[in-house]
Design a protein around this ligand. Structure first.
Ligand SMILES: [Mn+2]
Length: 286
């Protein structure tokens, strides 16, 4: 188990590094590995690191590091350590918030291993500094949940206020909480008030106005570790077999050479390969 002082040290370094960074990260990576929800599954994270090594940067993680799994504090610690050394960009998930921490296990584990003061700093100083979304290679939109209602531009997302312990702005909140569905427009999401399901036309418009080719997100559990929505324009990735997710086959998404590959973490098998349309080329040909 990590001692409090080591955790505090890494957290302080991470907070310092996040200071002044905005809600939207723009990043270019030649060979990127994208991780879905980890939920305290340290073993899966470690096996990914073993297989794909480090790089600067190499990984983007879509949030939900804590709650539900067996090693929440250690998983968060590892994520922060990778962020500090420059190999991983951590986004914020809906579980990086006090709205969830007290109901799904993180509060209990963190109070036990870190103590109340440090746990409170995680909630008030660390989680609120995590970015809401990233754009990878000017092509992919990476986010924990999905497209908010009404459809925002990237400029709208860049203007979101950072530092909310619980994202109060409806756009920020929905980026972390919304889910895709095979519908048109928006529908109320059974997850709760202020949360929406977004349809294929929403995805199309969002990608079009922002000149992007696909959305990669986490937030939903699938036993196979992934799901494709909206004609594969929304790729949902799940990377945990911690706690209640024991039966999952965790996946990562590798983005390399203009292709996105869904890879099974345990077998290293490429399950699906998708060409990433270059929006700019398309429009210049039109
Ligand atoms: Mn989630």
């Amino acid at each position: 188990m990590i001692d409090r002082r080591s955790f505090e040290e890494v957290m302080e370094l991470a907070i310092k590094k996040m200071n002044g960074a905005g809600p939207l990260v723009r990043v270019t990576m030649k060979d990127a590995i994208i991780l879905g929800d980890l939920h305290g599954d340290l073993h899966t994270l470690e096996s990914i690191l073993e297989k794909y090594g480090d790089g600067h940067p190499r990984y983007v993680a879509l949030g939900d590091y804590v709650d539900r799994g067996e090693y929440q504090v250690e998983t968060l610690y590892k994520v922060l350590e990778l962020f500090v050394d420059g190999s991983l960009i951590p986004l914020r998930g809906n579980h990086e918030s006090r709205l969830t921490s007290f109901d799904y296990g993180f509060a209990e584990e963190a109070m036990h291993y870190l103590g109340g003061d440090l746990f409170n700093r995680v909630l008030s100083d660390l989680f609120p500094r995590l970015p809401y979304a990233a754009v990878l290679n000017d092509c992919l939109f990476l986010v924990h949940g999905g497209v908010p209602n009404p459809i925002p531009s990237l400029a709208d997302i860049e203007k979101l206020r950072m530092g909310d312990a619980d994202p109060a702005d409806p756009v920020a909140f929905q980026l972390l909480w919304n889910d895709p569905a095979e519908i048109k427009g928006y529908a109320p999401n059974p997850r709760g008030p202020g949360i929406y399901l977004f349809g294929s036309d929403v995805t199309e418009s969002f990608l079009k106005i922002n000149h992007l080719s696909a959305i990669v997100r986490g937030h939903e559990f699938f036993a196979e570790g992934y799901e494709l929505y909206h004609d594969s324009k929304v790729i949902s990735i799940f990377t945990s077999k911690g706690g209640v997710y024991r039966q999952t086959k965790p996946k990562v998404l590798r983005v390399v050479d203009g292709e996105a590959e869904i890879i099974d973490v345990e077998t290293s098998q490429v399950i699906k390969k998708m060409a990433l349309a270059q929006r700019e080329e398309e429009s210049s040909q039109a």
